[in-house]
Write a protein that binds this ligand. Structure first.
Ligand SMILES: Nc1ncnc2c1ncn2[C@@H]1O[C@H](COP(=O)(O)OP(=O)(O)OP(=O)(O)O)[C@@H](O)[C@H]1O
Ligand SMILES: [Mg+2]
Length: 363
């Protein structure tokens, strides 16, 4: 899969941009700090997911002082051309609109057409960061490969908000406890599905993780992922497990006015040769582990969707020495790789170099 063109209107610091991608496989966008490197890649991710999964709200993504924003792009997969458009605004006057080939689409039909794998310096800290970052990682990949996942996740987050509000009311004696029944049932349904899909994904990528790590590091190693909770394997068993858990925790939930159990508390750790990497691994081992994870992610997307994702590397190459930089680019079997960099890098083979300055990209 490749992007042929990308147009941005009022997206962060891009007032108007039309970028035609060259035929070269690797596109390097270099620029000083705060010129729009991350924003450029973020907009591609947005076109893929219509959601950032960062702390930014949709309105933060609109250029300051403007009312709406638009991202559109043409992608090609083998011979097929597809034009995608994502429009959103600050007020109801500019409702969120998604279009494929100029026809309006629902989120679930829009998401999953443009497959990307993003690798940012933030993800280098995937190992040491708080659990929410690891959940975000899972959400990004699962939303792209599973139509229902994103919608279910949004529903779950709404259910959680409503249930927490009700818990507060119950604790304040303004509502009755049996009002929870409705929300608990919804929570069980939606939450179990998230638990199930996340675990299925991790067990699938485990298969290639050690192999990929060994490729990156140059010698045999064992890389594995372990969840913070033991959850049953089948969806049916997960539902029973989660239902019981919610029931058992009800008293505590009311006192604390929060839902204490569920996939919103999910977390995992990474182990290298049996040792938890966040405790004993070197910085270099962290980097290689994340790289292995990303490689497994590309394979996972290929295997589940049949499409080769576009690889977005946000200023991460400079974290590797020149030899490994070359390795990184060769290890990923992508058709298109978009790299940003604040530091000069050696021109990769089959690449074209651009410069970004203040939201304007030139060759
Ligand atoms: N909504 C917005 N409207 C206008 N400008 C914005 C908006 N949001 C962010 N910016 C600005 O866009 C500029 C570019 O940000 P970006 O993160 O893309 O920089 P960068 O080139 O990746 O820099 P670095 O090398 O430091 O990572 C920043 O100055 C930022 O403040
Ligand atoms: Mg940046």
């Amino acid at each position: 899969m490749k992007l042929k063109s990308l147009s941005l209107e009022n997206v962060r610091n891009y007032e108007k941009l039309r970028f035609d991608f060259p035929d070269e496989k690797i596109i390097v966008i270099q620029g000083l700090n705060a010129q729009g490197k991350t924003n450029f890649l973020e907009s591609i991710l947005l076109l893929s997911l219509t959601k950032t999964f960062s702390n930014a709200k949709q309105e933060d993504l609109i250029m300051w002082g403007k009312d709406f924003a638009r991202i559109s792009g043409v992608i090609t997969d083998q011979k097929d051309l597809l034009s995608l458009e994502f429009f959103w605004g600050k007020t109801k006057q500019f409702p969120k609109t998604l279009k494929i080939n100029n026809v309006k689409k629902k989120t679930e039909d829009f998401v999953g057409n443009l497959q990307v794998v993003i690798f940012t310096p933030k993800e280098m800290n995937l190992i040491s960061d708080p659990p929410s970052i690891r959940r975000k990682y899972l959400n990004i990949i699962l939303s792209q490969t599973d139509k229902k996942y994103l919608q279910n996740l949004i529903n779950f987050q709404n259910t959680l908000k409503n249930r927490n509000a009700l818990l507060k009311m119950i604790n304040d004696k303004k509502s009755k406890e049996d009002e929870l029944v409705f929300w608990d049932k919804k929570l069980t349904e939606e939450g179990s599905d998230i638990y199930f899909k996340r675990r299925k994904f991790i067990s699938k990528i485990q298969e290639s993780l050690s192999n990929n790590y060994s490729h990156v590091a140059g010698k045999e190693n064992l890389l594995s992922i372990m969840w913070n909770k033991n959850i049953p394997e089948s969806l049916e068993d997960i539902k029973i497990f989660y239902k019981n858990k919610i029931e058992n925790m009800r008293g505590k939930d009311i006192i604390t006015e929060t839902t204490l159990s569920g996939p919103h508390r999910d977390d995992f750790s990474i182990f290298l040769n049996g040792k938890e990497i966040s405790i004993s691994g070197s910085r270099g081992e962290w980097r290689s582990a994340i790289l292995a994870l990303k490689l497994s992610e590309v394979n996972y997307i290929k295997n589940t969707t049949g499409k080769t994702p576009i690889l977005l590397l946000d200023d991460v190459l400079s974290e590797f020495d020149p030899l490994r930089q070359k390795n990184v680019l060769n290890l990923f079997h992508a058709e298109q790789i978009i790299i940003t960099t604040a530091h000069p890098i050696n021109k990769p083979e089959d690449s074209r170099i651009y410069e970004v300055r203040n939201g304007v990209i030139t060759e």
